[in-house]
Design a protein around this ligand. Structure first.
Ligand code: ATP
Length: 217
């Protein structure tokens, strides 16, 4: 279980906090607006009203021991930046910050922020990629054009073998696992017989995955 602090309980900050709680972590939510804090007080491990541009108020929260601190203040550029400067001075490790403009990103980069997030852009790219390949339920980019993708087998694949569907060995695609309801087969053999609605977890180069996608839908 991790210990996280989320500064700014707007839509992004509160959605992230609540999901962290669902994943079993401990979350301290912080906002200058007492109404935002009240709204989430009983859903988070702890919620505090504080203006994070005030170094003393921030220091009192003792964030240096947390696994990560997410600064989810978007609109108020100055508040976001001043907060990051204080967090750095306090020795907070693993600071993640939501950026809302190129200038915001640039300054956060100069301040040495490890992870700068652009939620709208990142989500937009994800949605566009999912729209382009509707059979892909989820994916993880691994860099160098390599991906792990999660695909649901269509009705047409019922009774077909994995090797017969994806080819055997001539592409970079490897089937890492097939999930059928509660049962998961790790590294299934080529003669594994598919059923409609099986979930396939595939690894491969984007080019090969693009070629294979129509065979699976
Ligand atoms: P979202 O899109 O996630 O709703 P946003 O990008 O519009 O948010 P803001 O509304 O600027 O971002 O900020 C999110 C939250 O951060 C708000 O609830 C606001 O009260 C809080 N906040 C802003 N400035 C401070 C500050 N100095 N100290 C603490 N909280 C702050």
């Amino acid at each position: 279980m991790g210990q996280f602090a989320v500064i700014g309980l707007g839509r992004f900050g509160s959605a992230t906090s609540l999901e962290l709680m669902r994943q079993g972590h401990s979350v301290l939510g912080i906002d200058a607006d007492d109404k935002a804090v009240d709204r989430h007080a009983d859903q988070l491990t702890r919620a505090a009203i504080a203006d994070v541009t005030d170094q003393n108020a921030l220091a009192e929260l003792g964030l240096d021991g947390y696994d990560a601190v997410l600064v989810a203040i978007g609109e108020e550029l100055q508040a976001s930046l001043v907060c990051v400067v204080h967090l750095k001075a306090m020795g907070a490790r693993n600071i993640w910050v939501k950026a809302t403009s190129r200038a915001h990103h640039l300054i956060l980069g100069k301040l040495g922020v490890a992870r700068i997030i652009h939620p709208e852009e990142e989500m937009g790219i994800r949605i566009a990629q999912t729209l382009s390949y509707p059979m892909v339920e989820d994916y993880i980019p691994l860099g160098n054009g390599e991906f792990v993708v999660q695909i649901e087998a269509s009705e047409q694949l019922e009774g077909r073998t994995l090797g017969g569907t994806l080819g055997s060995g001539e592409t970079t695609i490897r089937t890492l696992a097939v999930k059928r309801r509660t049962e998961t087969t790790v590294h299934p053999p080529e003669e594994f017989v598919l059923r409609a609605k099986d979930t396939l977890i595939l690894f491969g180069q984007l080019h090969d995955l693009k070629m294979a996608a129509p065979k699976l839908s």
